[in-house]
Design a protein around this ligand. Structure first.
Ligand SMILES: [Zn+2]
Ligand SMILES: [Zn+2]
Length: 357
């Protein structure tokens, strides 16, 4: 515990069971350039689930998860003019970067090799970072974004990770142009955001899912133009060569060749889901038609701010199920079986954080 640090109440996982329970710790004292934020809401991302259960072998317990934070500024350090007490702000997947590498220098700091993650990361002072499942976060102003007042703070929280993860590659690869045809594979936290952004960009959006039961959701509630069942060969064949781009959000193992067949020549597929087993990519599937496959990891701070501003203008928020912190272990179990439409968000400010678990 940092000497003289700010006492904070949070919830942490202590071991690979991933079970979360109340945890008292200390945050760094607000430095010059820092913003102190009272956390209102924090989304639960699949990454949190992987980390608290040490599925990636990198958990530094106790782990306080949470990197989809929306809160209110309570104090700012010397030199902060961009934010003031009372502002609604967001904090996403990372809270610092080196500022000196090529990625940082070209505005792609999300690919900095020394990126400091918001949770379970290593801060510049060597401390393990603690995420948004806590009442207060202290973050450098350069890694804080403004949340438009027009957005509901609970529905805005998932934009900080899920939202920017799909928005950023859509901008980068020109999958934001009216009239273009976008395929969205998987209709979860990421997928439903990709549908909303695609429609707001004026695109034709087709959802591709292994679950026929999601048709009504996709077409009715989310406003997609078409729906394909990925294992229906006839449907897939009829749509072959029709898409300018595909955002693949599926994190379970799946075949990508049938998806690549949906692309037009020189079409762009972007992988944002992370199956634990390697994807199978035979060369012929991209050589014929000159197709392209790229990955994407979240987005820069500038992308995140642009995404929030766009979301604010177009009234785009995530569809969320808001829960109290006392429900978080159940929520994580439900997330593991994809039993959520489409994101759990913890009402941190409305929860009794020091209650016995
Ligand atoms: Zn995330
Ligand atoms: Zn860097």
């Amino acid at each position: 515990m940092e000497q003289g640090g700010k006492p904070v109440l949070g919830w942490a996982a202590r071991d690979a069971s991933g079970h979360l329970s109340p945890y008292r710790f200390s945050r760094r004292v607000q430095r010059d350039g820092d913003v102190t934020i009272k956390v209102l809401f924090c989304g639960i991302c699949h990454t949190d689930l992987h980390v608290i259960k040490n599925e990636w072998g990198n958990a530094m317990y106790p782990v306080v998860p949470g990197h989809e934070v929306v809160g209110v500024v309570t104090d700012v350090g010397t030199g902060v003019t961009k934010f003031k007490a009372g502002d609604t702000v967001g904090v996403g997947y990372f809270v610092d970067s080196c500022g000196a590498c090529e990625s940082c220098g070209t505005g792609h700091e999300n690919y900095c090799p020394n990126l400091v993650l918001a949770s379970n990361g290593v801060d510049s002072d060597g401390a393990t970072t603690k995420g948004g499942f806590s009442d207060v976060v202290v973050v450098s102003k350069d890694y804080v974004v403004r949340v438009p007042e027009s957005l509901p703070p609970d529905g805005a929280a998932p934009l900080l990770c899920a939202g920017v993860t799909v928005y950023s590659p859509m901008m980068q690869y020109g999958l934001n142009e009216p009239g273009k045809h976008l395929g969205v594979v998987g209709l979860g936290g990421l997928g439903h955001m990709a549908v909303k952004f695609g429609k707001a960009f004026g695109m034709t959006v087709t959802v591709i899912s292994s679950s026929p039961g999601k048709r009504e959701e996709a077409l009715g509630r989310l406003g997609a133009d078409a729906f394909l069942v990925s294992h229906d060969a006839a449907q897939m064949k009829a749509a072959a060569g029709s898409m300018d781009g595909i955002i693949d959000t599926v994190s379970a193992g799946h075949q990508i060749v049938p998806l690549l067949e949906l692309l037009k020549p020189m079409g762009q597929m972007v992988v944002v889901g992370a199956p634990s087993k390697p994807l199978e990519l035979p060369a012929y599937a991209i050589i014929a038609g000159g197709k392209r496959v790229a990955g994407n990891g979240v987005g820069s701070i500038a992308d995140c701010q642009a995404m929030l501003d766009f979301a604010g203008e177009h009234g785009i928020a995530a569809d969320v199920e808001v829960v109290g912190m006392d429900y978080v272990n159940t929520a994580i179990q439900r997330l593991e079986r994809n039993d959520v439409r489409y994101r759990f968000v913890v009402d941190v400010a409305g929860s009794q954080l020091d209650a016995t678990a």
